[in-house]
Design a protein around this ligand. Structure first.
Ligand code: BMA
Length: 858
């Protein structure tokens, strides 16, 4: 039998803590081994499942489990080559991920020493029919980091909130050392599968080159290069088939044993392009490679899913200056279409990566897609995610900005380190390059910025990695090409990472840095804002999880338990500023939690609408992308996440969804003051009567490729009196850009007037977009009782008010998907929200600004 056999070693695994007094090889026969309860495995997960450690996500338990990362752990597995299948000439073990410092023994002989969790290892072994024992010895990564630090010197790495700086020396997920949103949990274990292969000949690496070859994006081409491993003399044939998603054959070619590649050029229409969400379908094809033996039977096969698309990062001169100057664009062009990127930053969705199922990844990414987001940035302090993550991005049309795994530090570049990085990068680029969703590889997160900030450019050894090693790997291994960017952020001359006219920027001068009011976001953008954000407390149900039954006196915003679950630097002062500027002070935890969520939603929403305003037509594509920090959490915590650890969206999620919709309205109210003040332009600061007037600038975005004629309807409602008014303007929405609509004076007693703006399609009369603008700051407003009426009919919730209501937020105990939420309601219009999976209307709760404690509907 010649069939190659690929077996995942999933069973017969057990683990124990290593007894440092015993020699490793003798450990296999000792007692005290426990069977693994899940595989792939991480030691904390096993300890938890066996009740040997408390849940580190609750209370203060994180601190009780620190010993786990200080000691050594063993895993073993027995396997056998079943009889009759043992005639292969070759055998090997493939390790898809070992976390992190691990010696591997097979039958008491060392076969691998690994210290980089991001690498894949293939180790040839001697085929034998006897029982085999695989032993994995995991040493403390924390200790290794410390000893390497002693050897190579102490460096700077982030702030004290970002884990011990020695982390830069070990190629392990950097957030494991703790981050400003995550606990310190030094995991270890075989966290990705281990595969046993036996073969005489097998398919090795397959490189698919699916490309769009002409400027009209009509002609496509697929080249497939196949590696065959094993006995070269064996007469073999390779059959390559291209099938569409339904399985229909599009091309087939058989290669003789000498040839190793096919090259197909398709006529226009023969294959369809893959498009990011919103621009077309996510058409995917399967390339099936079969290796045929001398009798023409299939002895090995492999399937790779591909999509046809081209991706370019365009950095060209702008035609005219904007408020920041001229400079160059930083924009993504897919299949010849320039697209605005609206999305999020991704961190690992759990400290225990093995608990992340494909279903959980899908739930996260589907939320993103349903939130009108089209790009995700995999931040450099986490991991290269497993294949299923990128598969789902391919299916949903989400573009991936992939950082190489370096974050906030002075990384070394001594020979062994660079060699390790080189293999890591090669392994991952080869693994990921065929995904049509991959739009960019990026050298690191904030390493340039930190070095500039610390002012010692001479101490930047890793420049070799970001400017030589990584770009050469990406260039050599990606055809068609995938853009490479040295770091995020990365800018112009002298690598100014804060230059708003070139490259990407991280905007941390609102939350962080200069602590400016969030009403300044519109003057603090750049060509591509790849990070900025505002934290908030998560939902009360999530807080309940970490409070873990704590007594009533602990339930206040400044308690030690609340501090344990918030890691952001200076968060007490920063929250105090942003909250105090805008909202009333409260001592009630639930009220405070909701107000921080409104604050996050208002600030981040304002940034999205203002920066998308900078997506003009050709020559004026000033801002081409906005990625919020951060989509998700790795444990229950107060953080910048727009959706919390338990996948519960915060109000800001829905606000972003509206600002990134195909059509969106933006409005800026500038208050004309009777004398200059240091307060934001949007603030009525000396009480309502002192302002002279207010100017309204209104714009709208259209991401379709067609011009639209629409009507802008404005509704003005006074919060203090019964005065109300309406206005209508015919407007033109230019294709694939933002158009300035009108600039008018706010009528009525503008200081207490709420403005509802709607955009109606001239042909269908349908509402294309809505936005409501309120006089600021919110703390001054006497919010009237909106007389909110909520009617529930079969998966639909109808909302109606008599006075404007701010951020009407629907929640339930069970997981309901809302088509919209956190809505500003204006009188006169019934709003319907679809509530998918709402089973029991009695569990519905509502809150809004002014009534923050969620209440049942009467
Ligand atoms: C950014 C990120 C992270 C960090 C976040 C919030 O700069 O790159 O390192 O978690 O800010 O402070």
């Amino acid at each position: 039998m010649l069939n190659a056999i690929h077996t995942e070693l999933k069973s017969n695994w057990s683990w124990k803590q290593r007894d440092l007094k015993l020699p490793i090889v003798g450990e296999v026969a000792t007692t005290g081994w426990r069977s693994t309860q899940a595989y792939p495995s991480e030691i904390h997960v096993e300890l938890l499942k066996n009740g040997l450690i408390p849940d580190p996500y609750r209370g203060f338990a994180e601190h009780e489990v620190q010993w786990v990362g200080e000691v050594e752990w063993l895993y073993k597995c027995t396997f056998d080559f079943k009889s009759g299948e043992g005639r292969h000439t070759q055998a090997e073990l493939e390790f898809l991920g070992l976390d992190t410092v691990c010696d591997v023994y097979l039958n008491n002989e060392i076969i691998l020493e690994s210290s980089n969790m991001f690498q894949t290892h293939v180790v040839p072994i001697l085929p034998t029919a006897s029982i085999n024992t695989l032993l994995l010895h995991f040493k403390s990564a924390k200790r290794l980091a410390k000893s390497l630090e002693e050897q190579h010197g102490k460096v700077r790495a982030g702030s004290t909130n970002l884990g011990d700086p020695s982390r830069v020396y070990v190629r392990k997920a950097q957030y494991d050392w703790r981050w400003d949103w995550g606990p310190e949990l030094m995991t270890c274990g075989p966290f990705r599968p281990i595969i046993l292969r036996r073969y005489t000949a097998r398919i090795g690496n397959v490189w698919t080159h699916a490309s769009v070859t002409d400027t009209n994006n009509a002609a496509t081409r697929l080249k497939v290069d196949v590696d065959i491993l094993g006995v070269a003399a064996l007469p073999t044939f390779i059959k390559v088939t291209l099938r569409d998603a339904k399985g229909t054959k599009i091309e087939l070619e058989e290669l003789s044993s000498k040839s190793r590649s096919v090259d197909w050029r398709f006529t226009p229409g023969q294959v369809q392009l893959w498009w990011p969400v919103g621009y077309g379908d996510q058409v995917l094809y399967r390339v099936v490679i079969e290796l045929l033996g001398p009798n023409r039977d299939v002895i090995d096969s492999k399937t790779i899913r591909v999509g046809f698309r081209s991706v370019k990062l365009i950095q060209e001169e702008l035609a005219e200056p904007d408020q920041y100057g001229t400079g160059t664009t930083f924009l993504f062009e897919i299949n010849g279409i320039r697209m605005f990127m609206g999305g999020s930053n991704w961190i690992p969705a759990d400290n225990f990566l093995t608990t992340l199922t494909p279903e959980r990844y899908r739930a996260w990414l589907t939320l993103m897609r349903d939130g009108n987001q089209n790009m995700i940035r995999l931040w450099g302090g986490g991991v290269y995610e497993p294949d299923c993550f990128y598969d789902i991005c391919d299916e949903l049309g989400i573009l991936v900005w992939q950082d190489f795994q370096f974050a906030c530090g002075v990384y070394p570049a001594y020979e062994a380190f660079v060699a390790s990085v080189r293999k890591e990068a090669t392994d991952n680029v080869k693994r990921l390059r065929h995904h049509p969703s991959i739009a960019l590889f990026c050298g690191n997160n904030e390493d340039y910025q930190m070095i500039l900030q610390w002012g010692d450019v001479k101490l930047f050894p890793a420049i070799k990695i970001y400017e030589d090693v990584l770009p050469s790997i990406v260039e050599a291994l990606c055809d068609p090409p995938i853009p490479y960017h040295r770091g995020s952020p990365y800018g112009g001359q002298g690598w100014d990472t804060a230059d708003p006219t070139v490259g990407d920027v991280h905007q941390w001068n609102i939350w962080g840095g200069k602590e400016l009011p969030y009403q300044e976001y519109d003057r603090m953008g750049g060509r591509f804002v790849s990070e900025f954000g505002m934290p908030s407390l998560p939902s009360m149900r999530t807080i309940e999880y970490w409070m873990d039954g704590a007594p009533a006196q602990e339930w206040y915003a400044q308690s030690t338990l609340m501090a344990q679950h918030c890691r952001a630097g200076s968060y007490e002062r920063r929250f105090a500023i942003a909250m105090n500027d805008n909202f009333r002070v409260t001592e009630d935890l639930e009220t405070y939690a909701f107000r921080t969520q409104v604050m996050q939603s208002e600030s981040v929403g304002f940034a999205y609408q203002s920066w998308r305003r900078g997506w003009g037509g050709r020559g004026k594509q000033y801002t081409s992308g906005v990625l919020v920090w951060q989509l998700n959490d790795c444990w229950p915590v107060t953080s910048w996440a727009i959706v919390d650890y338990f996948l519960r969206p915060k109000p800001v999620y829905y606000t972003i969804k509206r600002h990134l919709d195909t059509f969106a309205i933006g409005l800026l109210r500038t208050v004309t003051k009777n004398r200059p003040t240091d307060r934001p332009r949007q603030f009525y600061d000396f009480g309502t009567s002192r302002a002279v007037g207010a100017k309204l600038d209104i714009w709208a975005s259209n991401s379709t490729l067609k011009r639209r004629l629409a009507t802008l309807k404005l509704q003005f409602v006074d919060l203090k009196s019964n005065w109300a008014a309406t206005e209508e303007h015919k407007v033109v929405l230019l294709p694939n850009q933002t158009s300035e609509l009108i600039s008018v004076a706010c009528p009525g007693a503008h200081a207490t007037v709420v403005i509802g703006a709607r955009l109606l399609d001239d042909r269908s009369g349908k509402v294309l977009a809505r936005y409501v603008d309120w006089p600021q700051p919110y703390k001054y407003l006497a919010l009237p009782d909106p007389r909110l009426k909520v009617t529930v009919t079969e998966n639909k919730v109808e909302l109606h008010v008599e006075k404007p209501a701010k951020c009407v937020f629907l929640t339930t105990k069970s997981n309901v998907t809302w088509s919209d939420n956190a809505i500003d309601l204006m009188p006169g219009e019934k709003r319907t929200v679809e509530a998918n999976r709402l089973v029991d209307k009695n569990e519905l709760r509502v809150a809004f600004l002014g009534r923050e404690k969620a209440f049942a509907i009467p």
